[in-house]
Design a protein around this ligand. Structure first.
Ligand code: HEM
Length: 550
């Protein structure tokens, strides 16, 4: 700062800006164009305070509209909360944008995995990975989802047992959903059984360490980790690199193993999509056997790491917030139980056919994703100058923006917008299938009706014309959306079929914090009792896994 202070015009604030700009290698880019965009002047303290950033953005959105510029000292972001502009960024002109700041943060962890990948790498890898998510794969996954959820049920049972039959279990369900999500993604993506519901291993600890660091980096203002020496002297960076080495070693071992154990009969079965005869149905097996020639070991590792991180916390968060909302809405809970009991009866596990009939379960998960989108903000950077389209409300001409402009697509604002949703803060899964007269809805932005999609089957960005984007949209839409929805439907249906969940603390004590996803500030302790009206048979199933904990 002293150096910059004397180098500059004697103004300490300018000097600080310059130092930050230099240290952060372009992280701070004041020149984003968009001269006419309304400006919301922020305070650095707003970013550093207790309130998550996306909540601060909501206040400014109500004051400044669907497109505004947020200026924090040397840094400016364009914040977009208007579905027409969002559609432009994600779909119509998607290839003019990359992941900008996010890619810088994630690259050291995910390398050239799909999320941070530059467009050239992304095109090749997306084409290689997407075919792995097909109908027979999901069918093979369904029994694994059941077996993993069965483990969670067994944990609840043993906790109930320890506390005496009448007392019920007391568990932090957020932690339980994270363990469930980790076990499922490990088995589904690389046939590796983390076994995290029942145990803790160095690999699990390393995964959580890396996730914590990714979160720290996504909320920290200055990317000091770009300075090489930090990895030797800053304790959390030293730990991060040690954790990364543990995971990389594990993934490298799995890739080596998958390549060495390639079996001809599995290959044939995979080619015929005959998953009943495939010993290892994981994505890794598919990528190695069917796409082996396409990718280096490093690229495969980046793909696996990306899916591990992208598919784990997100799904756990959806289940956490769905349970949080359901436990406080007895009417919704009663409807869910009626649907689950009528579709599944006293059967121990939902089948794929059952899942298709669990419409209200799916609508509840969608409503949880509306209220708690994961992640709450999508990040983009303009690769060339562009003109944003005129939004539903605001500048009728649309705003020109410059190359290098950083944009935040606020999914939180879209999903909570009083201009798009009636009673936006209310948890009401029915909203996706309700019909109502437009005149009933006073604050509405013209022409938009994301509610009343006509069907609760699968509310998504297409049906809502980019007002509801739980999995993003356009070319870079989530590839794991079906996987996540099936997984969450199985887990929610099985748990609610057997147990009643109630918050053990006032909702305000659960709190909200954000990193890559929205999670609780203090965990989500719940009291869990067995439902008396159902006699559910346990499958006692264990997920099959070829690779076990090293
Ligand atoms: C991308 C959400 C589960 C893998 C995305 C994006 C969103 C999202 C919003 C778009 C990001 C952007 O445009 O910047 C979610 C949610 C999930 C979930 C809410 C759970 C409920 C999963 C799962 C997997 C996965 C289970 C893997 C098995 C990915 C990948 C991308 C992605 C690889 C990058 C796609 C690309 O750029 O081509 N996810 N996701 N996600 N997700 Fe998911």
């Amino acid at each position: 700062i002293v150096y910059a202070y004397f180098k500059g015009k004697g103004n300490l604030k300018d000097g600080l800006s310059r130092v930050l700009t230099e240290v952060s290698q372009g992280y701070f880019q004041p020149n984003v164009g968009g001269e006419n965009i309304p400006i919301a002047e922020g305070e650095l303290s707003d970013l550093a305070g207790d309130e998550p950033l996306f909540k601060a953005l909501y206040k400014w959105f109500l004051e400044s509209g669907g497109v505004f510029k947020l200026v924090f000292g040397p840094k400016a972001f364009i914040v977009v909360s208007d579905p027409v502009v969002v559609r432009h960024l994600l779909k119509e002109n998607a290839f003019n944008y990359d992941k900008g700041v996010l890619a810088e943060i994630l690259e050291p962890i995910m390398g050239k995995g799909l999320i941070p990948a530059d467009l050239e790498t992304w095109k090749v890898r997306r084409r290689a990975v997407v075919p792995a998510f097909h109908k027979q794969y999901y069918e093979a996954m369904a029994s694994m989802f059941v077996a993993c959820t069965e483990r969670t049920c067994q944990k609840i049972e043993s906790t109930i047992h320890q506390g005496g039959q009448g007392a019920g279990a007391m568990l932090n369900m957020e932690a339980e959903f994270l363990s469930l999500g980790l076990d499922i993604i490990g088995l589904g993506v690389f046939n590796y059984d983390f076994g995290s519901i029942t145990s803790e291993s160095p690999v699990i600890k390393a995964v959580y360490g890396v996730l914590k660091e990714a979160e720290h980096r996504s909320t920290f203002y200055i990317p000091y980790w770009n300075i090489p020496i930090t990895k030797y002297v800053v304790p959390r960076q030293v730990k991060f690199h040690a954790d990364l080495a543990v995971i990389n070693e594990c993934l490298d071992g799995l890739i080596r193993n998958a390549k060495e154990t390639r079996q001809e009969d599995d290959y044939e079965a995979l080619q015929n999509r005959d998953y009943s005869n495939v010993k290892d149905p994981s994505l890794l097996r598919f990528l190695v056997d069917m796409r082996g020639e396409d990718a280096t070991n490093k690229q495969l590792r980046d793909d696996l790491m990306t899916m591990l991180i992208a598919g784990h916390e997100t799904t756990a968060a959806v289940l956490t917030w769905a349970m949080y909302c359901i436990a406080q809405n007895p009417d919704v809970e009663a409807k869910l139980l009626a649907e689950i009991d009528s579709v599944m009866g006293d059967l121990q596990a939902p089948t794929m056919e059952d899942l298709k009939k669990l419409n209200y379960v799916r609508a509840s998960l969608a409503e949880s994703l509306r209220l708690y989108p994961q992640p709450p903000i999508l990040i983009r950077r303009a690769l060339a100058d562009d003109t944003l389209p005129a939004g539903l409300k605001g500048d009728p001409k649309g705003y020109p923006i410059g190359k290098g402009a950083d944009l935040f697509i606020s999914v939180w604002n879209l999903h909570h917008s009083p201009h798009l949703w009636r009673d936006p803060e209310v948890f009401r899964p029915e909203r996706f299938s309700e019909k109502f007269q437009n005149s009933e809805f006073k604050g509405k932005w013209a022409g938009y009706n994301p509610e009343a999609l006509g069907s609760a089957l699968y509310p998504n960005e297409v049906a809502s014309d980019f007002a509801f984007i739980p999995f993003g949209g356009g070319a870079r839409k989530c590839i794991g959306d079906q996987f996540a929805l099936f997984e969450a439907s199985v887990a929610l249906a099985m748990l609610l079929q057997r147990y009643t969940f109630r918050l053990a603390v006032p909702p305000s004590q659960v709190g909200m914090a954000t990193g890559a996803t929205i999670h609780t500030a203090n965990g989500m302790p719940m009291k869990i009792v067995r439902r008396t009206s159902t006699a559910v048979k346990s499958t006692q199933a264990e997920p099959r896994a070829v690779s076990t904990l090293s």
